[in-house]
Every structure is written in C-alpha cells, then in structure tokens.
Design a protein around this ligand. Structure first.
Ligand SMILES: *Cc1c(COP(=O)(O)O)cnc(C)c1O
Ligand SMILES: [Zn+2]
Length: 430
C-alpha cells in the first residue's frame, strides 16, 4: 500500500544516521523515501534505492520560534530554520524571493458572494512567478552539494527563475522548454544569457530528455530532477507566509493550482510543520486543487476515485500547468482527501474569464495559472464544494504579462477615435 506523504522531525521518527559529514544544509538531516520510509544521506539523490519512490527531506528542527522567524529578512530566508539550506544562506548571492503580498480580496469576494477571501500574489517575485522560491532553495542546496551548473526542464516559469538566479550567482544555466511555449516566456528566459534549448515536444518529452541528461552530466543540478527533494521544499514557504501574514493562524480553505502537484503538497506540509512546532493552532483546513480541463490528469483521477493518476497529453492555454504526467499527482489526491478538499478543472474559456474577473475586481493581472485558480474557485462555489462563508486563500502564482496571448483576443481599447473632444465625449458616453 502507498504510504501517505509525511514529514519527519526528531520527535516523530528516528533520525537517519548516514549524514554526509561535511554537508551543511541547516536543519536537514537526510532524505526519506515517501513510499517505504527508507533513509539516505543528504546528496543529489531523488529516488529510493529500495523501491524507486520519491525522496523527501527529513529534518531536526531546533529553536524555531515565531520571534526567530520575525527577526529574519523579509524574504523566504526568514524560514531558513525550516529549509534544507546552509545556515549562511542569506550571505550567498541570490535573488531574494518570497514575502509576497497577501491581498485582502473584498471586491472579488463580493462578486462571488464570499465573506473572507485573500489572494496570495506570487507574481511579485523576482521573475514574476512562485518558481523563484523553489529555485532559491534548490540553488542554495545545489551549491552546498558542489554543483556548478543549474539546469531544468520547464514549462516556462521555472526556466525564467533558473536562468535569472544562475546569472546572479555567476554560474552557468541550461534550461530546456517545449518549443511551442509563449514567446514572452522564451524571451524572459533567454535575456539572462544562459543556455536555452527549445525542444520539439511536450513538457513531458522535455522532462524525459532532461532525466536522461541528468544521468550523464553529473555536474549539473537539474533543480526539479536530481535535486528535486530540496527544490520541492521551497514551496513550503508559501504555506509559512500565508500563516504568518494571517497573524500566525491557518485559513479554512485553500485553492492551489496543480502542475506536478509539488506546490500543493508542500503548502500542506508547511502548515502541518507549523502546527507540529506549535507556531499556529491546530485548526482544520481544506485544500482544493485546480487544473485546466485540457491537462487535468489529477482532477480526472479525483473524480473517478482513483489512487493513481493516468498520464494525459496536454492541450490548454495554461501552459505553465501543462504537465501530463504529474510526479506528485497521487500525493495531491492524498492531501485533498485527508483535508476534505477536492480537485476540479476548468475550460480555457473559463480560465480567460477567471483572469479578467481577478483583474477587474482586484487590479491583479494573473497569468493563465492564476486564471485556472480563480475559475476553479468560482466553479467550486457554484457546485457547493467550497463554503462561501469560510476564510479562503487563492494562490496567484504568475504574472499576466507572460501570457498576453490568452487575453489579447478579448480585451482592447474601448474606442479608437480622432483627436477631438467631440469624438471623445461620444466614445465614453456610449
Ligand atoms: C510551476 C507552476 C505551478 C505549479 O507547480 P507544481 O509545483 O509543479 O504543481 C503553478 N503556477 C505556476 C505559474 C507555475 O509556473
Ligand atoms: Zn522506498
């Protein structure tokens, strides 16, 4: 039987013993298999040698308090005592993601008949998506593990974040993307001057190729392949921030977009750690997952009541979420089931409407992934799965400027007029 995704602390499970002696990854003590529980030393491993299950970082947390966190910098490194990064992480050259705004969304709430709604707006990160968080942690861990090249297969935003962070750290980057990606995302990766390879195929083809290369280029840290356990932990900071920004408490409902599913599972992990450490009260919360119908393998599995996720071939404008074979899909099902949430999907037309709704109510221009999340929020309300009276946080994980093509066909000037007062009056009174 599959074990549920779990986190490990000193008080719940014996520590793995075989820590490589000269690796300083802060509170991280080793890697644990999410399936069979086998332990491994810290290093560039990602699959269990016993059962091929995915590995997860195990910790021994010491002395993390609300006060110690609040005394830290206003970025993800305020949580370094909970992350697999060297204790000197704030001193290495890096972009500093995190501590993005938690926006009280009263207008959107009113439009949807909700009471208390927040948008966690991660478009405010250095390269305008939540991927700066995971790359920040992956880079810090990768350098400590001795890597000199940062690489990734990407649906776009990850390539931006890797190329930018590597440029700033003064190391080489090699990023691989599907060749049919939005032009904006190609440009916003290429501008940083690293190696950018456009691959003719889907993200899943790119990912497969990257895994082959990772096996050969042992000096390259593929952030989401061979150092994936560290990368994944970066998403916990979204959960920590939401809790801290709410005044050290948990919201009642969350709506989170799903690509590989890592982000959703790690927000949940972050919440559970805060409860375990006594930093927030243990209050129930429901996690809802959001996908685009054109790439909705997790939503399909959810609706069919399956434990496994059957891969699909993506066809959606939400390209940043277009992973047909999501690595963390089964763990997403676990989290949504355990917390009483659900996984739902929305059409591309609903995605565009979601982007426009968020923009005209809150002044936030989301990329297609944010449109997926807002549209899913709306659909879950309509079907009665989400409680309009319960405090809810939706995650906007990217910036609309990177996916202009999604909305440019349906928005434009109200009028185009000759430069005369009369023409203006006529145009705006209509
Ligand atoms: C990558 C990405 C996600 C989801 O990431 P996973 O952790 O792979 O599920 C969500 N939103 C945006 C904008 C992304 O780029
Ligand atoms: Zn295992």
């Amino acid at each position: 039987m599959r074990r549920e995704a779990s986190y490990v602390t000193a008080t719940t499970t014996p520590l793995p013993t075989a820590v490589e002696p000269d690796v300083d990854l802060g509170p991280a003590t080793g890697l644990t298999c999410r399936e069979c529980g086998a332990s491994f030393p810290l290093g560039a491993r990602y699959a269990c040698e016993e059962c091929f299950g995915p590995l997860e970082v195990a910790y021994d947390y010491r002395g993390v308090t609300r006060a110690s966190i609040e005394a830290g910098p206003r970025n993800i490194w305020r949580y370094r005592g909970l992350l697999p990064v060297p204790s000197t992480v704030t001193e290495v050259p890096n972009l500093e993601p995190g501590f993005t705004k938690l926006v009280r969304a009263d207008n959107l709430a009113a439009a949807l008949g909700m009471r208390r709604l927040w948008v966690k707006d991660d478009s405010g990160n250095p390269t305008h998506s939540f991927k700066d968080r995971v790359v920040g942690v992956a880079l810090a861990a990768a350098r400590e593990l001795g890597f000199q090249v940062l690489a990734c297969p990407s649906t776009g935003n990850l390539a931006n974040a890797v190329a930018a962070a590597a440029a700033r750290a003064g190391i080489r980057s090699v990023v691989m993307v599907p060749s049919d990606l939005e032009q904006q995302k190609i440009v916003t990766s290429a501008v940083y001057g690293g190696t950018l390879v456009a691959v003719e195929g889907t993200y899943d083809d790119v990912n497969r190729l990257a895994s082959e290369i990772a096996g050969e280029e042992e000096d390259w840290a593929f952030v989401n392949v061979n150092v994936r356990p560290y990368y994944a932990e970066g998403s916990k900071t979204l959960g920590y921030e939401v809790a801290e920004q709410l005044g050290w408490r948990l919201p009642e409902q969350l709506v989170v977009p799903i690509a590989s599913g890592s982000q959703l599972t790690k927000i949940d992990k972050g919440f559970r750690e805060l409860v375990h450490l006594g930093l927030v009260d243990d209050a129930p919360y429901k996690v809802f997952g959001a996908q685009a119908t054109g790439c909705s393998p997790v939503a399909q599995a959810w609706k069919a009541g399956h434990d496994v996720v059957r891969p699909v071939k993506p066809d959606t404008i939400a390209k940043s979420l277009a992973i047909g074979n999501p690595a963390d899909g089964p763990y997403v099902l676990d989290v949504c089931r355990r917390t009483g949430g659900a996984v739902e999907d929305v059409t591309d037309a609903e995605v565009v409407e979601g982007i426009r709704l968020l923009a005209r109510t809150e002044g936030i221009f989301a990329e297609t992934a944010g449109g997926v999340t807002v549209a899913t929020l709306r659909k879950l309300l309509a079907s009665g799965q989400l409680d309009p009276a319960a405090e809810t946080v939706v995650f906007n994980t990217g910036d609309g400027l990177k996916t202009l093509d999604a909305v440019s066909p349906v928005v434009g000037p109200t009028a185009t007029i000759p430069a005369s007062l009369e023409a203006f009056r006529k145009a705006v009174s209509a």
